[in-house]
Design a binder for this molecule. Structure first.
Ligand code: MV4
Length: 448
């Protein structure tokens, strides 16, 4: 096991990683920006090092300064958390070259799955279900038009290097394919210097279904079942739940197993999430693979009893996965509510500033992962998530009731948060009956 882990992140996920390291007897070094000086999570680290000014590009994204901090503190591994450098294969490579273990996949596995064209090729070989579309990158636009006519409209043009909705164009006829390919290519070139685009069938109404996977360095990979993340607005998730409601056990086991097969085929070590869209008939189609621990990992921890962050650190240190697929089962139902310092009544405007009141809920099946306390000043420089409420109960119905209770207990002020929106969504018949889809939150917000 490692002696000292450097955490290249901030806020709740830095705290989550500190807690996992503590249980493993591993010392922690937290890097921070000047905007985060005095951050409550830093008190929990064994050592802290300021790496620069508030802007992420001058601190949490500065590979040279993070490596320097790892050197002076004699860390032996680096945990990237989520966001920032977590899916940057160059960073993973620099860590390896500098003799620090990157807690996550090898740069090769990260690249193989992070490139969507290559990922789709691996998925096809592994038997993971994919959308019909171009076989690889579009080289000739007229070939793409011909394929669009074969699979039928609508289609979508996507960037191989994209993600989270960037570099996508929906096309409903031949002319839109021609312009869509050009626009997606230009946008992708500008955003991530990779103009590779591909085309696939566009699914109008769908649910977002994602499979949690863990791999080790000994060729093993297992899945920890799935999460439904359909409650989102502009690609920002609001509520996630596990397991996905209203999915037949047979289809679910099949797609989850195929997700584990995919990451195993890439010799992947660490935590990964394989994202799918699910249509009305419970057919699944691969979207992309996230090569990091995700914000919503705790709901999977709740229903499986497996510590995902601890297991990620163990496998990075060379240990074998401490369980096999048949050891893993689902108990109950869990939901996560992202508590964002945003005002839903004012177009989700970020709310920086002083948290004067902070009183989190408690009780059976209630977990709060947050770095915030009364007297904490939210800096304006980073994402607006100030905590996560994770609720576990025996059934989905009980989970909704327990969630309403806990959200009602949660006191944060005077800054506005997403708590009232969550309370509203939990009373929304479409959500309660699990007949919602990826667009229902936006439709609901537009209608009111
Ligand atoms: C799609 C799609 C429909 N059909 N691909 C959006 C972000 C990126 N991860 C992929 N995305 C989508 N890809 C096909 N072939 C619809 C979306 C999509 C979406 C996916 C998941 C969660 C929310 C979404 C919101 C809008 C569009």
């Amino acid at each position: 096991m490692f002696k000292r882990v450097l955490i290249a992140n901030r806020g709740e996920i830095a705290l989550r990683i500190i807690r996992a390291c503590r249980e493993l007897g591993v010392k922690t070094v937290c890097v921070y920006s000047s905007a985060d000086a005095g951050g409550p999570w830093l008190e929990q680290a064994d050592q802290t090092i300021c790496i620069g000014p508030p802007a992420s590009k001058d601190s949490y994204l500065r590979i040279d300064r993070i490596i320097a901090a790892a050197e002076v503190s004699h860390a032996d591994a680096i945990h990237p958390g989520y966001g920032f450098l977590s899916e940057n294969s160059h960073f993973a490579e620099v860590c390896r070259d500098s003799k620090f273990e990157f807690i996550g996949p090898s740069p090769e596995a990260m690249q193989a799955l992070g490139d969507k064209v290559n990922c789709k090729r691996l998925a096809k070989a592994a038997g993971t279900p994919i959308f019909p579309g171009t076989d690889g990158a579009i080289e000739d636009v007229e070939e793409a038009v011909a394929i669009a006519n074969t699979i039928g409209y609508p289609v979508i043009v996507k960037a191989a290097g994209g993600g989270g909705g960037r570099g996508m164009r929906i096309a409903r006829d031949d002319a839109e394919v021609r312009t869509g390919v050009e626009q997606a290519r230009q946008e992708a070139l500008a955003a991530f210097a990779n103009g590779t685009v591909y085309l696939e069938k566009y699914l109008e109404m769908a649910r977002h279904f994602e499979v949690q996977v863990l791999g080790d360095k000994h060729g093993h990979a297992v899945h920890l079942f799935e999460r439904d993340c359909s409650s989102q607005r502009r690609h920002q998730k609001l509520i996630e739940e596990a397991p996905a409601p209203n999915v037949d056990a047979g289809r679910r086991d099949q797609v989850c197993a195929s997700a584990a097969d995919l990451v195993r085929s890439a010799a992947y070590a660490g935590a990964a999430t394989v994202e799918f869209l699910m249509d009305r008939t419970q057919r699944f189609y691969l979207l992309e693979v996230n090569t990091r621990v995700q914000v919503e990992h705790p709901i999977t921890e709740a229903i499986t009893g497996i510590d995902i962050v601890q297991t990620g650190i163990r496998v990075a240190a060379g240990e074998q996965l401490p369980f096999t697929q048949s050891d893993i089962s689902v108990r109950g139902h869990a939901m996560e509510f992202r508590i964002n310092a945003e005002d839903p009544a004012r177009n989700f405007m970020p709310q920086a500033g002083m948290v004067e009141t902070y009183a989190p809920p408690g009780g059976l099946g209630v977990r709060v992962d947050s770095h915030v306390r009364a007297g904490y000043r939210i800096p304006p420089n980073y994402d607006s998530m100030i905590g996560k409420l994770i609720i576990h109960a025996p059934t989905r119905e009980q989970c909704i009731e327990r969630s309403l209770g806990a959200l009602g207990e949660y006191r944060i002020g005077p800054i506005k948060t997403t708590i009232p929106l969550h309370q509203r969504l939990l009373r929304e018949p479409l959500f309660v009956e699990a007949k919602h889809d990826i667009k229902y939150v936006e439709r609901l917000l537009e209608a009111s």
